[in-house]
Write a protein that binds this ligand. Structure first.
Ligand code: ADP
Length: 267
């Protein structure tokens, strides 16, 4: 809060009146904080890959480099350019969602299949073992591309923030009328004071244990935005040094057969 005090003296009545103005600066401060975080992310996350793209391009263009080295440099350029492209895509995705311009498909989606596919992709990509416990045919009404994006973001974090653990557990189950999807890791965990800010855009935990891990602070903001647009909930439990579990709950979708035709019923 900011407090302004004004006093007015009335010489005839010989009285003095005070005017107190309390101003809540929370929103402005939050906006400032977000701007600062945005600038620091942009300066690091955009400039670092761009510097390396330009550097390697310059070497390739100006020097005689053996063939096999050329390929290595080009792979690095590709990797860094992809990082840039992901950042820009995430940023624009979130912008579109927040402004209500994102059109979501509402079709029956078999989350068991989505989670299985995404888990398999991550299984092939890195060293972590992904243990899955997936109940078959857990359907929700959703946008399949966006739900795939949600699972990629959660698995990507589980992998990124478990530098020493080698296992991730993924579960899909039904709990009465709800689909429950969990991604659990045994990694760094989330400090208590970071928990309430975790879904804010551009927010990144600034602990020494993860300063080397790249990111934009947009992944979880996107997940939250998508899940809430589907009227679902996103929660997590986490303990520093023990691990984290992210949990999605969404109403399941029921298909009813009528006269041999499948009719879609929305809950
Ligand atoms: P990013 O990973 O790009 O920083 P996110 O929005 O996905 O952005 O996550 C925000 C922050 O939350 C991260 O910087 C990280 O410190 C923390 N975090 C997210 N997921 C996990 C996880 N599974 N384990 C530990 N910390 C996590």
């Amino acid at each position: 809060f900011e407090l302004y005090v004004n006093s007015i003296t009335d010489p005839i009545e010989n009285t003095r009146s005070f005017l107190f103005v309390f101003r809540d600066r929370t929103n402005e401060e939050m906006a400032d904080e977000m701007k600062n975080e945005f600038i620091s992310i942009v300066s690091h996350e955009l400039r670092t890959p761009l510097a390396s793209v330009l550097g390697f391009m310059e070497i390739l263009l100006n020097r005689d480099i053996p063939k096999e080295k050329q390929k290595k440099y080009m792979e690095t350029i590709y990797k860094e350019a992809s990082r840039l492209s992901n950042l820009i895509n995430d940023f624009l995705d979130l912008q579109r969602m927040e402004s209500g311009k994102q059109a979501y498909q509402h079709i029956p989606v078999n989350m068991s299949a989505v989670v299985r596919d995404v888990s398999e992709q991550w299984q092939g990509k890195q060293d972590h073992r992904i243990d899955t416990a997936i109940e078959p045919e857990v359907f929700v009404t959703a946008d399949i591309d966006r739900m795939t994006q949600v699972m990629h973001n959660l698995l990507s974090n589980a992998v990124k923030y478990s530098p020493t653990a080698d296992r991730i557990a993924v579960r899909v189950a039904k709990d009465r009328d709800y689909a429950v999807i969990e991604v659990q890791d045994f990694g760094l965990g989330i400090p208590e004071d970071a928990k309430e800010k975790l879904f804010n855009k551009f927010y990144r935990v600034d602990n020494s244990d993860r300063r080397q891990i790249g990111g934009t602070g947009l992944g979880l903001a996107i997940v939250k935005e998508i899940i809430e647009s589907h009227h679902g909930t996103l929660t997590f439990e986490s303990e520093l040094g023990v691990g984290s579990t992210f949990r999605i709950r969404m109403k399941t979708y029921r298909a009813t057969g009528m006269g041999g035709k499948v009719v879609i019923v929305e809950d």
